[in-house]
Structure formats: C-alpha cells, structure tokens
Design a protein around this ligand. Structure first.
Ligand SMILES: [Zn+2]
Length: 259
C-alpha cells in the first residue's frame, strides 16, 4: 500500500491562499486506488501528481467541509465518465444527505453516477478492491465526521481526521503500522474542533505505529514553522515523524526533506 499526498493544507485561510495544495490523499495498491478528501484542486492535482489518475475507482469523503469535499463531484465524473470505472463513493451521512445546518455536499446526480454509494458511520466497514476500511465518528463541527483505518494484506494505516482530541477515539488505531494525522494546529493552540501537535503523542502511543505522518496544516502551524513542530514531536515520541509535502509519496521520495 502506498500513499500520495495531493495536498497538505487545511482550513479556510491556507485553502484560500493555496499556501499548501488541498487536493487530498490517494491510497494505492496493486488492485485499487482510492482518493480521500478531494478539496479544491483535487482533480487538477490528480493529473499533476498521479502516474495513473485513470486507476482511481473510489472517492472517500470524511465530512461536509469544503476543504474535504469540494472536488468530489469532479473526481466522480473523472472516474465514471472519463475513465469508465464503475465508481465507488464512500462518505459520511452529512455529505450524502445533509445533517443539521449542513447541506448535502454531493448532488443526487453525482451520487447516481456511482456504481456503489456507501454511508460511512460509527462501526461501519467497507471493502474496496483489496482494502478493508473501518470507521468511527470523530468530534468535529460536522458531528458525523468519520475517522478510519485502511488495511491490506501487508499493512494497516490509520487516518485520524478532523477532530478535537479525545482518548475515546484512540482505540480504533491500536494496531496500525502507520498513522496519518490531520493536524491543523501547532503546539499549545488546540481548539475545540481540530487536533494540535501536542496531542499527537497520545494518539501515537495508543497505537503500534512506527511512523506518524502529519498533514492538513493550518496557517498558524505553517507560520510557526513545520520544522519546529517536527523537532518538538521527535523529542516526545519514538516513532518516525514525517511532515507531509505536496506531491509526496509514502513510502518513497526519499530525497524530499520530509524523510
Ligand atoms: Zn472539517
């Protein structure tokens, strides 16, 4: 299993200014390719970075915020219309139906184009090609936001998505080899809906992960410096720390500063 980061920015300021790209993350195996959270630029970044955009056969959207769903419809049209894949859509309830004040984020037309549409919810599991995906609800301003793990025969990778930190959430990630943490905020600036760098050690310690990859950086973290945040974290945990970069492949690209 390989990951490629099409974008590593998060939040409205970084997204609006494109200080980092916001195209999401692609999970690749020999059998399948899944595009996670295609924010603004997701379609363009797919063609810019992926060797085989035509192999994307599923799109996964964790919640109904613009930096996560914006290009989902464009990716659906790419998969289904441009490249004749059946098209699998995995998304939380808010994205598919709307919830509370949040409107649905993918039109009925685009949901209808997909060969399969699954609702990701607390405890749900989903198969895409050779990947097994397991979900839980996180604590975020879209109350139905999904965190998940992806397992293939060789590896298990956990995705700690947008959420306030809570010890109740760590169990899902207990036997992951690698953790991807959507970490918007620098040390000492946790907010009620996003994860900060100083909360990462508790997440990593609860798992067996030997590598943690941070991504989805907000403006304050970028202003304070990615390298400084990495150094702080390296002093606290034994796991290898990778600060994701736009276009980065994991594992691989070892010439990049991130490694
Ligand atoms: Zn969000």
């Amino acid at each position: 299993m390989e990951l490629q980061f099409l974008g590593t920015g998060g939040g409205r300021y970084v997204t609006g200014m494109q200080r980092r790209k916001t195209g999401g993350i692609v999970i690749k195996t020999d059998e399948t390719q899944v595009h996670v959270d295609p924010g603004p630029g997701g379609l363009v970044n797919s063609h810019e970075f992926l060797e085989h955009p035509e192999e994307t056969e599923a799109v996964l959207v964790t919640h109904a915020h613009m930096d996560h769903f914006n290009d989902a419809q464009a990716i659906i049209e790419m998969m289904v219309e441009a490249y004749n894949n059946a098209g699998v859509l995995l998304a939380n309830r808010t994205v598919l139906e709307g919830f509370g004040d949040l409107e649905k984020a993918i039109s009925d037309y685009h949901q209808g184009l997909c060969g399969r549409v699954d609702t990701m919810k607390e405890g749900s599991t989903h198969e895409v090609g050779d990947l097994e995906i397991e979900c839980q609800e996180m604590f975020h301003s879209d109350p139905k936001t999904i965190g998940f793990t992806v397992e293939s025969s060789e590896k298990k990778i956990g995705f700690w998505t947008d959420t306030e930190f809570s010890g109740e959430l760590v169990d899902l990630y207990s036997d992951c080899d690698t953790l991807v943490v959507f970490c918007s905020r620098p040390v000492d600036s946790a907010t009620s809906s996003h994860t900060a760098v100083d909360e990462v050690p508790d997440i990593v310690e609860a798992s067996d992960a030997d590598t943690v990859i941070l991504t989805h950086f907000g403006y304050k973290l970028l202003d304070e410096g990615v390298e400084e945040q990495k150094k702080w974290l390296e002093e606290k945990i034994d796991a290898k720390v990778v600060m994701a970069e736009d276009g980065m492949k994991f594992p691989g690209n070892r010439t990049l500063d991130a490694f």
